[in-house]
Design a protein around this ligand. Structure first.
Ligand SMILES: CSC[C@@H](O)[C@@H](O)C(=O)COP(=O)(O)O
Ligand SMILES: [Zn+2]
Length: 211
């Protein structure tokens, strides 16, 4: 199996698992996986598709400008430029973007602060943070409709080979060294968001707690 084929399968498997969680409502979401490093080329989901389906036209190969590498009738994801920033600035191998109700609600509740913080939560370790008192900060950026502007705001928070950025009332983009790690981070953030929203139902004053 070629590298392209094995990366295609890796991304298709991640996509199937996220679809099982129903994280691609209304054709939302896009996924990418790096195939080559020199020059950088990555597979990205084709725009506007139902990502719950597994087809031969799910992904296309693009370059570090987000342009298709080969002739194709497929259009790269509208948010390809965000994935470009991940591969331009880090050694990450996979980046994932999903819209969930809970990541949208968290982004709105904490949006004015520009970030949401977590401390004392076991699942922070999914980000390779092991200190007991460590604080995980997830930035929240405005949902600029002009994608180059959105990509620029996103890029300011892209550092290191793992990470996550919330886009207000839109969704989350995460990245990791490979499909497994990116999915782990995506699941961990969703856990933390659900936990925080449930906690606020029981302890509304927690909203004002500054870590
Ligand atoms: C159909 S609403 C979602 C889109 O506007 C966008 O945010 C999204 O996540 C999917 O766009 P796509 O171009 O299919 O990658
Ligand atoms: Zn989106």
């Amino acid at each position: 199996m070629s590298i392209l084929e094995s990366k295609w399968e890796e991304l298709a498997d991640v996509k199937a698992e996220l679809a099982e969680r129903d994280w691609f409502m209304g054709t939302s979401g896009n996924l990418a996986i790096k195939v080559n490093s020199d020059p950088v080329q990555f597979l990205v989901t084709a725009s506007g598709k139902d990502k719950r389906k597994r087809t031969d036209e799910d992904f296309l190969l693009v370059d570090l400008f987000g342009r298709p590498v080969e002739d194709t009738h497929l259009k790269p994801s509208a948010e390809t430029l965000l994935h470009v920033e991940v591969y331009r600035k880090t050694n990450a191998g996979c980046s994932l973007h999903v819209h969930t109700i809970d990541n949208n609600v968290i982004s709105e509740v904490y949006g004015d602060r520009g970030e949401v913080q977590f401390q004392g939560q076991e699942l922070i370790k999914a980000f390779n943070i092991w200190e007991e008192d460590a604080v995980l900060k997830i930035p929240i950026i405005p949902n600029y409709s002009h994608i180059p502007t959105l990509a620029k705001a996103f890029s300011e928070h892209v550092e290191g080979d793992t990470g996550a950025v919330l886009i207000r009332n839109h969704g989350i983009t995460v990245w990791g060294r490979n499909g497994f790690e990116a999915k782990k981070i995506l699941e961990a953030t969703e856990f933390l968001f659900r936990y925080q929203l449930r906690l606020l139902e029981h302890k509304p004053f927690q909203l004002f707690k500054v870590v």
